[in-house]
Every structure is written in C-alpha cells, then in structure tokens.
Design a protein around this ligand. Structure first.
Ligand code: SF4
Ligand code: SF4
Length: 345
C-alpha cells in the first residue's frame, strides 16, 4: 500500500518527560516517514474496563472493580456503533477488546450484528475468563461455542508457556485457568479447524523487547503440545508499552529510563507503514475516538475529532486523518515493531 503523502502532526503527549536527555521526540525521530492515517479498514471497539484479572502490565488498568457505567458500554452506545457499522462498507474487521469484552452484556449482539454485515470479527480474549464465574455464579463457558458458531477469530493472551512467568504477570491461578480456557477453545475446534483461528499473544515479563516472533512460536507449539496437548494457529508478540501499570512497575524497579532508552535506541523505520494507528480507528465504551488503544489509555483523542463520537463522523473523514503521537509510540516502533497483529517488520 502506498504511503499517504499528507504530513502529520501531531502533538506530543506529556510522556516526553520520559525520554533520555537530549533525545528527539517521537515526531522528530520519525520525521517525514510518518504520515497521517491511511485507509481505515479496522474498527477496534473497547467494550469496557471490567476484567476478571488485574495484570501487572495492563495498559488500560483493567480489573474486577472497574464496573462503572462511565467505563463500560451501554446498550444505547452499542446500538449507535452497530448503526454506524451498517454504513461503513470499507470496514473489513471489527476488533473487540476490553477489559474482558465478553463480560459486557452487549458483546454477543455486537458480534452477531457485525458477522451479519460480513465483517471479520476478532475477540481479544483473556482465556481465564472461560473458566470464570461472576459473583452471581454466572459462568462464561458459553463463550467458546458462541464464538465458534459465529466464526470469530480468537486472539488469546498467554504471556508465556511457563507457569511461573504467567503467575508473575497475571496472578496465582492465571496459568492453570489459561490452560483450561485454551483447552475449551480447542474442544470446539479453535486452533484445529481452518475457519476457527486461535492466535496466542506473548508479551515480555521484564524490561526487554520480545524475542523473534517465529522462533518463539515454535517454542510455544512444542511446549504447549508436550505439556498440555494444546493446539493453536499462530503466535504474535507484543511490546509492553511504558504507560499506566507497566510504567508504574518500571518506576518501582527504577527501570523506566533504561526501558525508554532501549525503545528509543531500537527505533526501526520499517515499522511505520504497518502501525495500527494508520489502518484502524479505536472507539471506547462511550463512543469517543482514539487513534489506538494506547492513546485511549492516555486519554489522547484523535486530533480532528476531539469532541466527536463515532456516530458524528463518516468513515471517509477518518481516512488520512492526523494522528496524535507521543514518546510512548517508541513502543510500537522498537525492534521488529509491535501492534495488535504482532510484530511489523
Ligand atoms: S487480562 Fe488483559 S485486560 Fe484484563 S487485566 Fe490482564 S491485560 Fe488487562
Ligand atoms: S502508540 Fe503506536 S499505534 Fe498508537 S499512535 Fe503511537 S505509534 Fe500509533
């Protein structure tokens, strides 16, 4: 895809303070290589911040306590998003995230309606939710069958194939629950049938970049088969962003500056074309617009739509729009790059 020639910028977030002394800002570093968003083909929808876990690296700071209406999608907002989608023919993919998106009561309706419109649907699923029960003892064991019936792609987070590493990031029961959750997905055909792809997601447990995606996938496949007889389609690697919980963790360990230096020094211009902000728009649980999930977490709205909601704009107004960037963006351009779809270069 040819790069759009419209120069962008952009305002830098307050995270500039994290950069090494004398270091150029993100927009200065990318120079003329970063342009405005290209054609938007993905609508990423954050259904809310409630989650059964509260992971150490969570960039949206989800947890079981984030149940408020202002942080979780209402039926009215879900209706408005579905109505907008009907007119957005060029949106090919609807990418559902959270929190745990399955915990929102509108999840099933959004999936069903998006599939009826012929969209490819992705569920960013934390697999422990599949064995979780609400305080009212409502289980989530319906999720695998529901997703399979609608041929939804599952992107399931599993930060490591080793229990100790998962426990450190996600809590005591996260590893056995993840294994049980992935097994439930395998049982309905995920990771086994071509039409039911199961993507696993790795993210580092420490202040380093992910290892090479392809070789790590080989390790995951071998270990998950030998230990648990589990199958999956592919593995993607994601870099931890130096914001919110992960940033606080780095600060506690006095490693924030070191990590920022690593991201800056690992800048790779080959990642620019594939950056997710160039090809998607992110809508939060209230309908507000952001260039990506990370900008959402930082409350950075799309510059030209700062006061708009999704239903106030047309898809063509979002193509080639300016993007808000900040020093956290070095997390997307370091090494092989990082996006919701894994490495970029
Ligand atoms: S499972 Fe995902 S959304 Fe939930 S706390 Fe962990 S990282 Fe955040
Ligand atoms: S964080 Fe990544 S995806 Fe978001 S605006 Fe920055 S470069 Fe783009």
């Amino acid at each position: 895809m040819a790069l759009c020639r419209r120069w962008l910028l952009l305002r830098e977030s307050n995270l500039l303070l994290m950069l090494p002394l004398g270091q150029k800002s993100f927009s200065q570093t990318v120079g003329s290589q970063l342009y405005a968003a290209a054609k938007i083909t993905t609508l990423q929808i954050n259904l809310g911040l409630v989650c059964n876990l509260a992971c150490r690296h969570c960039h949206v700071e989800s947890s079981p306590t984030r149940t408020g209406n202002s942080e979780n999608m209402s039926e009215e907002t879900a209706d408005s998003i579905i109505t907008w989608l009907v007119k957005a023919d060029d949106i090919e993919t609807v990418d559902l995230t959270g929190g745990s998106p399955e915990m929102n009561p509108n999840f099933r309706r959004i999936v069903s309606e998006a599939r009826k419109l012929g969209k490819h649907v992705i569920d960013r699923c934390n697999p422990t939710i599949l064995v979780h029960q609400t305080e009212q003892n409502q289980p989530f064991d319906w999720v695998p069958r529901f997703l399979a019936d609608h041929e939804v792609q599952v992107v399931a987070s599993l930060p490591c194939y080793l229990e100790e590493n998962v426990r450190k990031q996600r809590g005591v029961h996260a590893y056995p629950d993840s294994i049980d959750g992935i097994r439930m997905l395998n049982q309905v055909g995920y990771g086994i049938k071509d039409e039911l792809p199961l993507t696993l997601v790795y993210n580092p447990g420490g202040a380093h970049l992910p290892p090479q995606q392809e070789s790590l996938e080989t390790d995951y496949r071998r270990e998950l088969r030998e230990r648990w007889e589990l199958e999956f389609t592919n593995l993607i690697t994601i870099t931890n962003m130096p914001i919110k919980r992960w940033r606080a963790d780095l600060e506690r360990q006095d490693k924030l500056a070191e990590y920022m230096q690593l991201l800056v020094e690992s800048y790779n211009p080959q990642t620019i074309e594939g950056l997710m902000c160039r090809h998607q728009i992110h809508v939060d649980s209230q309908g507000r617009l952001h260039d990506c999930d990370f900008n959402y977490a930082l409350n950075m709205r799309t510059p030209e739509q700062e006061n708009s909601y999704l239903w106030d704009v047309t898809l063509s107004e979002l193509n080639e729009r300016p993007i808000s960037t900040g020093s956290h963006c070095f997390g997307c351009t370091a090494g092989s790059g990082s996006s919701c779809g894994g490495s970029l270069a």
